[in-house]
Design a protein around this ligand. Structure first.
Ligand code: SAM
Length: 284
């Protein structure tokens, strides 16, 4: 079994896109801008592109012509990504797109030869340690920057709080680290492993927080996220179905009514190849 069995819906990706967009660490784009070669067309591989949220976010923040190569194992998501990419870069230069359907964990150096940048967004946590290590090795072989965004790190905060929040959070994190058909998922540990492996390979690693801040303006996303969060926790610990019998609908109704503020912490990672000079401090 591969990560295909953990498929995501276009509706969920659309619901989360504005929050993702607001959360990604713009400071890393500033650093990235300094690293990309001026003049030539930047070739950018986005691994696990979904419907293309990363290209919609990043392409208009980078100047100069860009060619995006969008990878995903889900042909339906790829088809949506192909028709919804931005046409113009920050300075009005052309942005072109192609799609490649396949398993991103099987990519090797030759698949990304000539890349100017490799990106991911909300992908690392569904991978295993071997798979993250292979992706890092592929990025290192490409010799270009890698911007790996929106990796969960296992911390959430709900306000006002409830005594059951921490219990659900712990079970949810265990669920993220579960073994699925022999694959031990990394969940909130993925970004730390990636940072470690990049650093071991001699890359400069920058880590920045990229939390979701959900409030009344994000009530639909908050309610949907909360539902999935509790369901995953109960799938992990069967006894929680009983324990959360009144908690779950009450808190979901609060989220849907915009009465819950929710912080879901993530980290963004920018890895720069050994030869690159970094202008801001590293954090690993
Ligand atoms: C949570 S979604 C994120 C999508 C997109 N990057 C975004 O930020 O909206 C994870 C994506 O990774 C893709 N994916 C997961 N494992 C994959 C694999 N092994 N090979 C290719 N794509 C994969 C899924 O199909 C899905 O589109």
């Amino acid at each position: 079994m591969t990560t295909a069995a953990l498929g995501v819906s276009p509706a969920w990706l659309a619901l989360r896109e504005p929050a993702d967009s607001a959360a990604r660490a713009g400071e890393l784009v500033d650093e990235l801008t300094r690293q990309l070669p001026a003049g030539a067309t930047a070739v950018i591989h986005d691994l696990g592109c979904g419907t293309g949220s990363m290209a919609r976010w990043l392409a208009p923040r980078l100047a100069g012509p860009q060619h995006w190569i969008l990878h995903d194992q889900d042909a339906d998501l790829l088809a949506r990504a192909a028709v919804s990419a931005p046409a113009r870069a920050l300075d009005g230069s052309a942005v072109t797109v192609e799609t490649r359907c396949g398993d991103l964990t099987r990519l090797t150096g030759p698949d990304v030869a000539g890349a100017s940048l490799i990106t991911t967004s909300a992908v690392l946590d569904v991978l295993t340690a071997d798979e993250v290590e292979r992706i890092v090795a592929t990025c290192v072989a490409a010799g270009c920057p890698a911007l790996l965004t929106l990796s969960v790190i296992g911390r959430v905060e709900l306000t006002p709080s409830d005594p059951l929040d921490d219990i659900v959070a712990e079970a949810f994190n265990s669920h993220q680290r579960r073994t699925v058909a022999g694959r031990r998922l990394l969940g909130p540990d993925a970004v730390a492993l990636a940072a470690d492996r990049f650093a071991n390979a001699g890359s400069s690693v920058l880590l920045r927080p990229s939390p979701w801040h959900l409030d009344a303006q994000h009530a639909a996303l908050a309610a949907e996220w909360f539902t999935g969060w509790v369901e995953a926790a109960c799938a992990q610990r069967a006894d929680l179905s009983t324990v959360t019998r009144s908690y779950a609908p009450r808190r979901r109704a609060e989220a849907a009514a915009g009465q819950l503020r929710i912080i879901v912490e993530h980290q963004d990672l920018l890895a720069l190849p050994p030869a690159a000079g970094v202008s801001v401090g590293t954090t690993t």
